[in-house]
Design a protein around this ligand. Structure first.
Ligand code: GRF
Length: 203
């Protein structure tokens, strides 16, 4: 399958997926990397992997729908079978999401439905939780609200700060995201009525 990955930053999740495709773990190919920010390390990762990459940057004050139409135009050129949001830090409009619903995933650094939104690691520390984690979910118009496909849990230790947690969560992200992409490329995942299905069964 043709995989398009949307990024905004370092692209460590992008790298994990590139590596899993290269090793044959994933029966797919990252054929496009699109960033909403220029000069991010994720673009260098695409370059190094000889993957077509481009920047679709928002113009100051540009309406969300207008930006999303430009993003759609860029994405459509690559004819993706699967769209992977990997650290993509923009909220996508409903019209954009509807085009790819059922074949678009996101990874979020929390045990959804806990802590949708930003600064999840600090919020976990502030709440005194003893566990945290990452979630891969189908993307629906509700921010961080789509049906969860796979989660990984990590412990929270007394002496942890946000950076410690982020690092521990990142390690798990790089395990679970390639696995979900692999399953999708094997035709084992589908989205039902706001539920995730694996091999036809509700997850
Ligand atoms: C990850 O923690 C991911 O969960 C969140 O943003 C970060 C992206 O990291 N959405 P990277 O760009 O994949 O390294």
């Amino acid at each position: 399958l043709r995989i398009a990955v949307l990024i905004s930053g370092s692209g460590s999740n992008l790298q994990a997926i590139i590596d899993a495709c290269a090793s044959g773990e994933i029966n797919g190919e990252v054929t496009a990397v699109i960033s909403n920010k220029a000069d991010v390390y994720g673009l260098q990762r695409a370059q190094a992997a000889k993957i077509s990459h481009s920047v679709v940057a928002a113009n100051r004050g540009e309406a969300r729908e207008l930006y999303d139409r430009r993003l759609t135009a860029e994405l459509a050129q690559h004819k993706p079978d699967l769209v992977v949001l990997a650290g993509f830090m923009r909220i996508l409009s409903e019209s954009f999401v509807r085009q790819y619903e059922g074949k678009m995933f996101n990874i979020h650094p929390s045990l959804l439905p806990k802590y949708p939104g930003l600064d999840t690691h600090q919020r976990v520390l502030d709440a005194g939780d003893d566990e945290h984690g990452a979630s891969v979910h189908f993307v629906t118009p509700e921010l961080d609200g789509g049906p969860v496909v796979l989660q990984a849990k990590v412990p929270v230790f007394e002496e942890d700060d946000a950076a410690d947690l982020a690092q521990r969560v990142h390690t798990q992200e790089h395990r679970i995201y390639p696995l979900v992409v692999k399953w999708f490329c094997q035709g084992r995942l589908a989205m039902g009525d706001n539920i995730a299905l694996m091999d036809g069964n509700k997850l």
